[in-house]
Design a binder for this molecule. Structure first.
Ligand code: SD4
Length: 326
């Protein structure tokens, strides 16, 4: 206090610069202090199919389920429906003609996380990721090991013996021509409860026609998803290679830590990536984010990006246009 009074008594130019310094120091001291914008819970997720997932997540919280339950139940809905061939076992196959799924989950309050990558024949990879988080001492399992662990813990599965022939044909050089190589989508779902606690999850079948064994951004913490209980959370969709080389979700959370709104932070992450990357804005990346105060935002590099937002009072699909290149 005496320091502030001392500053007030100084000549104006010196006083101004000292005040600016004090404000700057306050801004750098840990998480930003922001006024709550929403009182109740908030969920944001990628693409229009995120709306049903958001509704499930909000309903789960309303019925007293935990934050992590809400994330898992929301994303399971998208995996169950596998509606547009992009998430879950109905998702787009890899170059050898079968789906390999990626997912991760993060819990803000406990700082726990779990992930599975390149998992085959598992109906709910988000549940498998949650089991990794809660029932193993690891954070990520891949491929065969991830499937084994999921089955050990009773995650619903389908037989994968029929994949043997597809894998052998691929190895022998008989490559299918009819694989859907263009499409890709992902659900990244972020949630903040009424007390400001944060969690998130991400699930995808990845980029259509990807090489067998390819892992994208979605199960990688800091790339396809990042949750920081102090600040907020971010999630990504789009071409994973263009997200994971820049730690997109982590970057957004760090921008929010410096005081940016979720909207400004998502846009800034796109601009930063476009400035550094030889592709410029032709990145095909989109982000969603929310912060501890209950604000949300979204941005996309080079397309209109629909995303879904819900509170306990409303549930909508919204759209952002691509950022304006700098
Ligand atoms: C991936 N990011 O595996 C995912 C795919 C995706 O919109 O989100 N596409 O690269």
């Amino acid at each position: 206090m005496s320091r502030i009074i001392g500053v007030m008594l100084m000549p104006i130019p010196k006083r101004l610069s000292q005040l600016l310094l004090l404000l700057l120091l306050a801004g750098c001291a840990g998480a930003p202090k922001v006024t709550p914008v929403l009182e109740g819970p908030l969920v944001i997720s990628t693409w229009p199919f995120g709306k049903d997932a958001n509704d499930k997540a909000i309903a789960a919280l309303a019925s007293g389920r935990s934050l992590v339950d809400a994330v898992e139940l929301g994303i399971r809905e998208t995996e169950r429906v596998s509606a547009d061939g992009s998430v879950g076992l109905g998702g787009r196959p890899n170059a050898a003609g079968y789906p390999q799924l990626d997912a991760c989950i993060m819990d803000g309050p406990s700082r726990d996380a779990g992930a599975v990558a390149g998992v085959e024949g598992v109906v709910h990879p988000i549940t498998a990721a949650r089991h990794v988080m809660e029932k193993s001492k690891h954070v990520m399992l891949v491929g065969e090991g991830a499937r084994w662990f999921a089955l050990e813990h009773g995650v619903e599965s389908v037989p994968i013996d029929d994949l043997h022939d597809k894998k052998k044909a691929w190895v022998d050089g008989h490559r299918p021509k009819d694989v859907d190589r263009d499409g890709h989508d992902t659900i990244a779902l972020l949630i903040r409860d009424k007390d400001g606690h944060i969690a998130g999850g991400c699930s995808t079948s990845g980029a259509g026609g990807k090489l067998p064994g390819r892992v994208g951004d979605s199960p990688i913490l800091g790339a396809g998803l990042y949750v920081d209980e102090e600040v907020g959370a971010a999630g990504a969709t789009g071409i994973g290679e263009n997200v994971m080389r820049y730690c997109g979700s982590f970057l957004i959370v760090e921008f929010m830590r410096q005081g940016m709104t979720p909207q400004a932070a998502c846009e800034e992450a796109v601009h930063r990536t476009a400035r550094l990357d030889p592709r410029g804005y032709k990145l095909d990346i989109c982000f969603v984010a929310l912060d501890k105060a209950g604000r949300y935002g979204a941005a996309a590099s080079n397309q209109t990006f629909p995303f879904a937002v819900a509170t306990s009072g409303w549930s909508k699909v919204l759209k952002v246009k691509q950022v304006t290149p700098r």
